[in-house]
Design a protein around this ligand. Sequence first.
Ligand code: NDP
Length: 478
Amino acid sequence: MDKHDNLIGGAWVGADTYGENRNPSNWDEVIGLYAHGSSADAERAVEAARAAAPGWAAATPQARHDLLEAVGRKLAERSQEIGRLLSREEGKTLAEGIGETMRAAQVFKFFAGEALRVTGDMLASVRPDIDVEVTREPVGVVGLITPWNFPIAIPAWKTAPALAYGNCVVLKPADLTPACAHVIARLLDECGCPPGVFNLVMGRGSVVGETIVTHPGVDALSFTGSVGTGSHIAEVCGRLKRKCQLEMGGKNPMVVLNDADLDVAVSACLNGTFFSTGQRCTASSRLIVEDGIHDAFVERLVAGMRALRVGDALAPETQIGPVVDGKQLDSNLAYVDLAGKEGAEVIGGERLELATNGFFQAPALFLGTDNSMRINREEIFGPCGSIIKVGDFDEALAVANDTEFGLSAGICTTNLKSAREFKRRSQAGMVMVNLPTAGVDFHVPFGGRKSSSYGPREQGRYAAEFYTTVKTAYVFAG
Ligand code: NDP
C-alpha cells in the first residue's frame, strides 16, 4: 500500500505512524496510507515557512501568477482522476467530485490573475507637500485548517489566495480526507513551488492542528469546520493577538412563498437539502413554507426525495453518496430519532444496507416541526430537512432569522417585492432567490454572520482583506 508523506520545507517527510484513508462507500477499501504528522513535524513546517517568507514576499507577481496558473491547469487537466479520488475518500458522487476539482482549478486560476492585480491607494495628504500611500503586504505565515466535506475546494480557496498575496502556508487537512490536499501539495511541488513556501502536515487536529494554532511563528489562521473548534481557535488567536478567519456551521433557511413556482422550489430544495448528502455548511435544513402552498409543496418534495438514488459514490446512477463515516452517520440517525421524539412526522432517514459496507442513509424529511425544536436549532450535517409551516411573509422572515447562524438563506417567490424585502432583511451573509442555498460562485465573497463566520470573508477579491495587511506611508519630499 502506497504511503503518502508530508511536505515540509520542500522535502517529502515520512512519519512514525500513517492513518488509513478509507472509502465511505465501502469501508473495507483502503485508499491509501497518509502520514500522521507529529507536533514536531508541525513545528518544522512553521519554521520552514518562516524561513521562506521573505523570499516569497519579494517574489514577482509574475512568479506567483505562473505557479498558481500551472497548478490550476493541472487540476483541470486531471479533474476526472482527482474527482474520482475525491469521491472515494469523501463519498460525493463522481459528478460532484469532478465538479469540486474543477472548482479548485478555477480558484487557482482566479488567484493567479489576482496576483497580478494587487493594488493600493495614493492620496494627497491633508498637510502640504506630503504624499500618502496605502499598500498591501503579505501577512507572513498563515496556518490553514480544513474540514472533510470539501476536501479539495476548501484547501484550494485558502491556499491560492495565501500564495497569490505572498504568504507562506502550513496546511493541515482533515484527517478523514487527506488525499485531495496531498494532491494539491504534489502539484505545487511539481510546478516548482520554492521550498518552504507551501507545507502540508497531515494528522490529527488535536496534535498537528493545535500546534499550528498555538505556534508563535504563525501570523494568521484560516479555519473551516465546527463551531466548537472554531470558537477554541478564536480564543487562542485572541490571546495571541493573531489574525483569524473562521467559517463554521449553518442552519440555513429556505422560504417557499405561496406564489413560488413549484418546480423551481422543489428542485432548489431537493438540491439544497440533500445533494452532497447534506454535508454542506450551506445546506438548506429549514424549509419554511407558507400555508397556501404547503401541502402541494410537501407532496412534490416527498415524491422527489423518495426518487433520489442513494448508493456507491462512483456508480453512475447514484445521486446521493454515503455519509462520510460511521460517527457522522450515528449522529445523523440520532437526530432522526430526536425528530420523532420532538413530535415531528419523520419520512425516511433510515440506515440503508446496500451491497457494500458503506454508510448509506435514506434522505429524511421532518414534517410538522417548529423552529424551537433542537432539530431546527442545531446543525445536523446530514441528508435531513425540516418543514416549518408559516402564515405569511413576515412570519417566514422572522423564523428564517431566528437562529444563531447566518451563513446562507434562500427564498422561492415570483414576487419581486418579497424577493427584495427578503434580500434586504435576511441576517445571512449570502442570499439566494429561486436558487438552492448551497452552490456559490468562486469569484465573489463567501461567508456569513453571527455564529457562522468570524473575521474577513473568503474568496473573490475580498480574500485580500485576510491575506494581506495594509501599510500607510507618508512621504515629505522636502
Ligand atoms: P472539526 O471542527 O473538529 O474539524 C475541522 C478541522 O479542524 C479538522 O482538520 C480537524 O482535525 C481540525 N481540528 C480539530 N480540533 C482541532 C484543534 N484543537 N486545533 C486545531 N485544529 C483542530 O469538525 P469535524 O470534522 O469533527 O466535524 C464535526 C461537525 O462540524 C460536523 O458534523 C458539522 O456539523 C461541522 N462541520 C462544519 C463544516 C462547515 O463547513 N461548516 C465542515 C465540517 C464540519 P481532524 O482531522 O483531527 O478532525
